[in-house]
Design a protein around this ligand. Structure first.
Ligand code: ARG
Length: 452
C-alpha cells in the first residue's frame, strides 16, 4: 500500500459510520426545512434538497450508492452525492451547520432508536422468564451460596431474580434515553452559528425533548454513549451470570435443564457432547462489551474542549456493543422459551436432607433452644451423618436424641416443601410470595407499574 492510501485509511470512517445514513438524512432534511422556514434558503431549494436526499436514501437502501472512501465519512459521502445529483443547490445544505454538531445529532438519533429496540428486546426476554416461572411454579430446586447447596428454593423464584435484574436494566436504558434526547444542531463547529436558525423547530421536527444550551458542550459531549455502554455492560453482565448458570445446569453433573438442540452444538470429536455454545458465547462477548466501554472512557479522558478528531473513535466499539447486545437479547428470548426444566433432578437435590439442616435448627429454636446452640447441634448431627454415611432423614429418633432431647417425631415432617413454605416473608421463596412476585412482574410487563 502506498503512503497516501495508508494515510487515507487512517482517517476514513465510512466503513463503519455508513450505518448512520438514515439518521444523517433525517437530520439533513429537517435542517433544510428549518433553513427554508427561516428564509435562509428558498422553498424551491429546500424541496430540491429534501427530495434529493430521499433519492440518496433509496440508493443506499437498494445497495446502489457509490460509496467513496476518499470522502472519509457518511456526511461527506451524502453531501457530495447530493451535489452530484442536484447540482450546486446541494451545497446550500451545510449552511449554519458543521460536521461537529451533525455527528452529535446523528449519534443521538441513532442511540434513541437503538434504546427503543433494546427495551423491546429486554421485554421479550423478561416475558420468557415469566413464562418459565409460571410454567414451573411448583418446581423446587436447591438454592446455592458459594456454589454449595444451601436451602431449597422455588425455581420460579430463581427465574424471577433475573427478571428483577433486567427490570433495573430497563430503568438504566430509559435514563440514558433522557440524556440522549437533547438536540445539538445549531451548535456549529463549537460556538454556535451566525444565522437566525430555529433550534426549537428542529427539536420538534426530529422528536427531541430539549435543545442543548451550551454549544461547546454539545459538540464534545459523548456521555450518552458512555451511559449506553455502561447500561449495556451491566445488562450483558446479567446475561453472563445467567449463561454461567445455564452452562452449569445443563452439565451431566447437575442435569437441571435441557437446552433445545438449536442452542447447542456437537463436538467435532466427542459424539456424546451437546455444548451450550450460545450461553458460553454470551458470557465471552460480555468481556468485549466491557472493553468497548473502557475504550470510549479512555478516548474521552484527555480531551480538551471542544471537538477533537479522537471522537471519531467513539463509533466502532459502540456499534459493536449495540450489535452484541441486540443479538444476545434475540438469542436468549428463544433459548429461554425452549429451555426444558428437569424437575425430577432439581427436586432430588432439593430434597436431600442436608439441605434441611437450617430448617431443623429453626425447628429447635421453635422449641426454645437458642439459635447458636441449635446451629451447633445441627453441625454435629451433620458431621455424624457424614461419618455414618447416612442422611438426616435416615436417622432414628434415638439417634437424634443423642444430640438433643428436644427432637420429636415431628422432625420427620421437615421437607423441602415445608422449608420453602416456611419462608413466607415478603421477598421470600414461599409459593404465595412467589405468586405475588409473578403477578407483580406481569403488571410491570403490562406497564401498570414501574419496576425500575
Ligand atoms: N467523522 C467525524 C466523526 O465521526 C465527523 C466530524 C468531523 N469533524 C471534523 N471537524 N473533522 O467524528
Amino acid at each position: 500500500m502506498d503512503l497516501r492510501s495508508e494515510m487515507l485509511g487512517y482517517t476514513v470512517s465510512i466503513n463503519y459510520d455508513s450505518r448512520l445514513y438514515h439518521h444523517d438524512i433525517l437530520g439533513s432534511q429537517a435542517h433544510a426545512r428549518m433553513l427554508c422556514k427561516q428564509g435562509i434558503i428558498s422553498d424551491a431549494d429546500a424541496r430540491l434538497i429534501c427530495d434529493g436526499l430521499t433519492v440518496i436514501e433509496r440508493e443506499i437502501d437498494d445497495d446502489k450508492f457509490p460509496w467513496d472512501a476518499s470522502l472519509e465519512d457518511i456526511h461527506m459521502n451524502i453531501e457530495s452525492r447530493l451535489i452530484q445529483n442536484i447540482g450546486s443547490t446541494g451545497g446550500k445544505l451545510h449552511t449554519g451547520r458543521s460536521r461537529n454538531d451533525q455527528i452529535s445529532l446523528d449519534l443521538r438519533l441513532y442511540t434513541k432508536d437503538v434504546i427503543g429496540t433494546t427495551l423491546l428486546g429486554i421485554k421479550e426476554v423478561q416475558i420468557a422468564l415469566i413464562d418459565l416461572a409460571a410454567a414451573n411454579s411448583k418446581v423446587i430446586m436447591p438454592g446455592y451460596t458459594h456454589l454449595q447447596r444451601a436451602q431449597p428454593v422455588l425455581f420460579a423464584h430463581h427465574m424471577l431474580a433475573y427478571f428483577k435484574m433486567f427490570t433495573r436494566d430497563v430503568g438504566r436504558f430509559q435514563d440514558c434515553y433522557v440524556r440522549a434526547d437533547v438536540m445539538p444542531l445549531g451548535s456549529g463547529a463549537l460556538a454556535g452559528v451566525p444565522y437566525p436558525t430555529d433550534r426549537e423547530f428542529l427539536a420538534s421536527e426530529l422528536g427531541f425533548a430539549l435543545i442543548s444550551t451550551n454549544s461547546m458542550d454539545a459538540v464534545s459531549d459523548r456521555d450518552f454513549l458512555v451511559e449506553f455502554q455502561s447500561a449495556a455492560s451491566i445488562c450483558m453482565m446479567h446475561f453472563s451470570r445467567l449463561s454461567e448458570e445455564i452452562v452449569i445446569w445443563c452439565s451431566r453433573e447437575f442435569g437441571f435443564i435441557r437446552l433445545d438442540e438449536e442452542y447447542t452444538t456437537g463436538s467435532s470429536i466427542m459424539p456424546q457432547k451437546r455444548n451450550p455454545d450460545f450461553a458460553e458465547l454470551a458470557r465471552g462477548k460480555t468481556g468485549r462489551v466491557y472493553g468497548n466501554l473502557f475504550s470510549l472512557l479512555t478516548v474521552l479522558k484527555g480531551l480538551p474542549l471542544t471537538y477533537n478528531r479522537d471522537l471519531q473513535e467513539d463509533k466502532e466499539g459502540f456499534f459493536d456493543t449495540v450489535d452484541t447486545l441486540l443479538a444476545t437479547l434475540n438469542i436468549y428470548k428463544g433459548m429461554l422459551a425452549s429451555l426444558q426444566v428437569i424437575e425430577s433432578r432439581m427436586s432430588e437435590f432439593a430434597n436431600e436432607s442436608y439441605m434441611l439442616a437450617t430448617d431443623m435448627a429453626d425447628y429447635l429454636v421453635n422449641k426454645e433452644v437458642p439459635f447458636r446452640e441449635a446451629h451447633g447441634i445441627m453441625r454435629r448431627l451433620c458431621d455424624y451423618c457424614e461419618t455414618q454415611g447416612k442422611e438426616l432423614k435416615d436417622l432414628s429418633l434415638s439417634e437424634y436424641h443423642d444430640f438433643s432431647p428436644v427432637f420429636d417425631d415431628d422432625v420427620y415432617n421437615i421437607t423441602a416443601w415445608s422449608s420453602v413454605e416456611a419462608r413466607n416473608n415478603p421477598g421470600g421463596t414461599a409459593p404465595g410470595q412467589v405468586e405475588q412476585e409473578l403477578n407483580e412482574a406481569k403488571r410491570i410487563m403490562e406497564g401498570k407499574v414501574d419496576g425500575s
